[in-house]
Write a protein that binds this ligand. Sequence first.
Ligand code: ADP
Length: 295
Amino acid sequence: MTETKDPVEGLSSRERHAKDAAPPHDEARVPRVVAAAHVAVAHGTQLKMRAKDLSVRYGEKVAIRDVSIDVHANEVLALIGPSGCGKSTFLRSLNRMNDTVPGVGVDGHVELDGEPIYGPQVDPVLVRRRVGMVFQRSNPFPKSIFENVAYGLRIAGVRERSVIAERVERALRHAAIWDEVKDRLHESGLSLSGGQQQRLCIARALAVEPEVLLMDEPASALDPIATAKIEDLVSNLRSELTIVIVTHNMQQAARVSQRTGFFYMGKLVEVGDTTTIFTRPKQRDTEDYITGRFG
Ligand code: ADP
């Protein structure tokens, strides 16, 4: 379990407690820390990730420019905007998934619990273990349901069979698919319906117990009933982790998220409480988009 960092001072909770217990050498600092902690608790906004002046280009083509946004712990942050505006590019930059694209260039900063994820010492594999991802098209491996979920654990070096079995079950329960598959764990993952396959992929992502889950249009290929299940799941998972979800479906953003960011032409135009974005946006472009004038 990763310790949370103080958003103001970058201290871990253990360091902060030690600091609070020690006699204050600098009287002026103490009230500031206490006040900051108080504000964070009062608003329920502990910082989980932060992007600062983030730009990503593919070769010469700039896909996103100077994006700065905070992701709060245990929120669902929805990203909306017309096709091609850079939502997926931004999402993939939060766990260094863009690194796998040839010719990609990333400028700016992304932090996870106050630590840079693009630092020279940082192993992208470890970043992706903490920041998992679910894609638009469910992509189960041609393996059993059980092995699909156990895969990430085995890669992470978990060997003990009882531990693997227990964590596979827990992940399938969290992904709200256990009851549907518990009697057929050794059948192929590809034998499941589209909606079940997507929940299986969510279980696979959850098995390594990520702190943040990135979801790129996870329900766009599904029917309304399967979509509703994914949306319920997203809402329920928020108590345990932080979710950033790209969706082209504004109703879905309104249903599942607490905050929404609107992207347009590679820029983050505005981010705020979902209700505010959908009822009283500050920017004209946001208003035009949510009222259907373009996109
Ligand atoms: P969105 O998710 O909002 O539809 P994307 O992030 O997928 O937007 O795309 C943003 C821009 O970057 C688009 O112009 C798209 O064509 C371009 N792009 C995305 N992925 C790649 C890639 N792998 N190589 C080159 N250009 C890309």
